[in-house]
Design a protein around this ligand. Structure first.
Ligand code: ZN
Length: 128
């Protein structure tokens, strides 16, 4: 597969670890599907992809660019990071704490440090 080979040899991605990349593949694929459908339907060429900060933004961005190139989709997609906001059982409501951006990202309550808070904003990727 030509595409897999290109990703594997990209120095940035190799350094950050393929595991981070693998976590975003599903989301990038979904975003591309939506962009392509919209482009095919309306001919629109400029998109903003709003990605919650609970994702590996850099990997997402690189993958998105590579996949759009791969499929030769003539669109511009700008990635914007959006905050994750939570409502926690401890009474806290506001911006979540994102743990360890270098490996598995966890959404935590900055007040009680648990991860059972309800996400009220920044739950999923949106295309604009
Ligand atoms: Zn809490």
């Amino acid at each position: 597969m030509r595409y897999a080979k290109r990703v594997f040899y990209s120095p940035i991605l190799f350094e950050r670890g393929l595991i981070l990349l693998a976590r975003e593949v599903k989301y990038v694929t979904e975003a591309i599907g939506k962009i392509m459908a919209e482009w095919a339907r309306t001919g629109r060429k400029n998109f903003i992809v709003k990605v919650p900060e609970s994702h590996h933004i850099k990997e997402f961005q690189v993958l998105l660019k590579q996949m759009l190139n791969h499929y030769r989709v003539p669109v511009k997609a700008e990635v914007k990071e959006i905050p994750v906001e939570i409502e926690c059982g401890c009474g806290y409501k506001g911006k979540a704490k994102i743990s360890n951006p270098s490996s598995a990202l966890k959404i935590l309550c900055p007040n009680c440090n648990t991860d059972h808070a309800k996400i009220i904003s920044g739950k999923k990727i949106e295309i604009e």
